[in-house]
Design a protein around this ligand. Structure first.
Ligand code: SP5
Ligand code: ZN
Length: 342
């Protein structure tokens, strides 16, 4: 399996996040991608290629509001002129009963274009986010060219980003952009999101559409971030009703419980008649993940890769979360090697 990867992610670094009431170094750090690419090399998964320059900033507008992408492109320059070279971060949001209007203030715009304080913007963030989109677009091209699988090692991740909001370490929704690109090429696309957190951005982007099926396995919103999305009764809207499937699990889920949900999700994808699959590949379901509460083990990721392979679909793996950094390479590449070997 070919891996698409660039070191352009490295400028999105030294972020801080508000977690449990404290400002801590960001869990979503450059070393995550480094350890995954090291493992790809160590097991000789396949060739590693740089992304093609496919105009990710413009292509992102296939699923994102143009004004949001332009905001991301310019906010850190504008912020730096006022506050110096430190991260730009939202802290006030247009919540219930407040005006839904774009302010002129930089802090106000940060809040307008975010749903939480989990997506800090540093000088290198936009370049990294666009490189991740180019990575996912290059992976998409490989599948369009006839590859049966590809791994887009995107960083920053994307599945929490909505059409016009950053959040949860995500800015541009790499998997949604890949899926939309497939859909515009006439393919019947399913997205399987196995990140521990509900992919609220991906869900929102495709919620009213019947042509892209979204299936997400995740920590139950009663327990877990993003808290305000991911319930089973969110099934899609209008023409999209029935084309969104949420499979939430309470804290503590191990492989037995997880495998049942994965089976349900895979059967739905088969029934949908997908002809291409995008996997939002988050590994934060691992038992030692520092911010998560599932109990998957190294070998469970082999079973996950085998079950996905049994769908017999061209499959585009797009990197999402996973914060047990030392184990992240093993867990990620276990899914891919088992898929490839199946
Ligand atoms: C892409 C992705 O995986 N984003 C995840 C963003 C999660 N942000 C909020 C995490 C809240 C964790 N709270 C538990 C802290 C453990 N002490
Ligand atoms: Zn996650």
């Amino acid at each position: 399996m070919e891996t698409i990867f660039t070191t352009d992610h490295e400028g999105h670094a030294d972020t801080f996040e508000l977690i449990d009431g404290q400002m801590l170094p960001g869990f979503e750090m450059p070393r995550r991608a480094q350890i995954v690419i090291d493992r790809v090399r160590a097991v000789a998964l396949g060739p590693i290629s740089a992304p093609e320059p496919l105009g990710g900033a413009e292509a992102a507008k296939r699923v994102h509001a143009p004004a949001y992408v332009d905001f991301l492109a310019t906010i850190h320059d504008r912020w730096r002129a006022h506050y110096g070279d430190r991260q730009a971060l939202a802290f006030t949001f247009p919540c219930r009963n407040l005006h839904q209007k774009v302010p002129e203030s930089l802090a106000g715009q940060l809040g307008y274009y975010a749903f939480d304080a989990g997506a800090p913007i540093v000088a290198g963030t936009f370049k990294a986010a666009v490189a991740a989109v180019d990575t996912a677009l290059t992976g998409t091209q490989r599948i369009e060219g006839g590859a049966t699988s590809v791994f887009s090692l995107c960083r920053p991740p994307g599945h929490h980003a909505t059409a016009d909001q950053a959040g949860g370490y995500c800015y541009l929704n790499n998997a949604a952009i890949a899926a939309e690109t497939f859909a515009r090429a006439g393919r019947r696309v399913a997205i399987l999101d196995v990140d521990y957190h509900h992919g609220n951005g991906t869900q929102a982007i495709f919620y009213d559409r019947p042509d892209v099926l979204v299936v997400s396995l995740h920590g139950h919103p009663l327990d877990e971030y993003p808290y305000f999305a991911g319930y089973e009764d969110e099934r899609g809207a209008g023409a999209g009703e029935g084309f969104n499937l949420n499979l939430p699990m309470r804290w503590g889920a191990a492989w037995d419980r997880y495998a049942e949900a994965l089976e349900t999700g895979c059967r739905r994808i088969a029934a949908f008649g997908a002809d291409v699959l995008v996997v939002s590949l988050g590994l934060d379901t691992y038992k030692e993940d520092p911010i998560s509460h599932f109990r998957l083990e190294h070998q469970d990721y082999l079973r996950m890769g085998e079950r996905i392979a049994a769908l017999r679909l061209p499959t585009h793996f797009v990197m999402e979360g996973g914060y047990a950094v030392e184990a992240l390479g093993i867990n990620t590449v276990n899914v891919l090697t088992a898929f490839q070997g199946a």
